[in-house]
Design a binder for this molecule. Structure first.
Ligand code: SF4
Length: 244
């Protein structure tokens, strides 16, 4: 079931249709068109669990599918941002590119972003766009912070006598890509079943960030391209587009 209520900033709940008709407060918490867009994005009119839902927590997905629930409209703005990026890209898929097709099997359905000649002469590339948090992107890139001993000690205060430490970013951590990998790999399976048996052997993922705080000291960036290869069953990330 889709979300049926909005949670107002004061914590009260209101049916989404009532909110859109008229806000009981003196002023709306955000612009009416934005609230309408949020409401529309919440009701995707898809009955079966999608690939994205299946990689979320099982209980969360089950409850969302079986129970009416309420959401804070402000919490959906990141998702709306992601949808806007997808829409902008979708308008520019002329040529040998399939895009935004929802494919189904007996378990689930999934909508990939691009398939075709999207990076080079290879016409079997599956691409996915992600707008994600800087924290998640750092994890995906294997970036982490490590405490380094400066060789100095605190001379006064509560930490007097203790070593002074500073944080340094490291880029050789474990790349946590499991959920994205599962998601894209399922799109590949759906594509192979529905469109091409031999294609979709390579998939690639482009990620943008929505929260910059954690990442800003690690890298300044213009774009990320995360490369995942299903052929080798190993995943690797290219840093070629990252400006350190
Ligand atoms: S506009 Fe905001 S404050 Fe007003 S009813 Fe809707 S969610 Fe609540």
């Amino acid at each position: 079931m889709p979300a049926t209520k909005f949670i107002c900033p004061d914590g009260k709940r209101i049916d989404i249709v009532d909110c859109l008709r008229s806000c009981p407060n003196q002023q709306r918490c955000m612009f009416l068109p934005t609230l309408r867009a949020v409401a529309k994005s919440l009701d995707r009119k898809i009955s079966e669990p999608t690939v994205t839902e299946l990689i979320a927590g099982t209980r969360e997905t089950f409850l969302k599918k079986t129970t009416d629930y309420a959401v804070d409209p402000a919490s959906i703005l990141y998702a709306l941002h992601g949808q806007a990026v997808h829409s902008i890209n979708e308008r520019h898929t002329q040529g040998s590119i399939l895009s935004e097709k929802r494919l189904k099997d007996e378990i689930t359905s999934g909508q990939f972003d691009f398939f075709g000649k999207i990076l080079d002469a290879d016409d079997g590339v599956l691409g996915d766009l992600k707008i994600t948090s800087s924290f998640k992107l750092m994890k995906a890139l294997g970036i982490y912070k490590q405490k380094i001993d400066t060789g100095e000690v605190y001379k006064s205060g509560l930490k007097k006598g203790q070593p002074k430490l500073r944080f340094e970013f490291r880029y050789d951590g474990v790349r946590d890509l499991l959920d994205w990998s599962i998601q894209l790999n399922y799109y590949r399976l759906l594509l192979e079943q529905s469109v091409s048996k031999s294609a979709a052997c390579t998939f690639r993922l482009c990620a943008g960030i929505r929260g910059f705080a954690l990442l800003k000291n690690a890298v300044s960036l213009k774009a990320f391209t995360l490369f995942l290869s299903t052929k080798s069953a190993t995943f690797f990330l290219s840093k070629s587009n990252i400006y350190q």
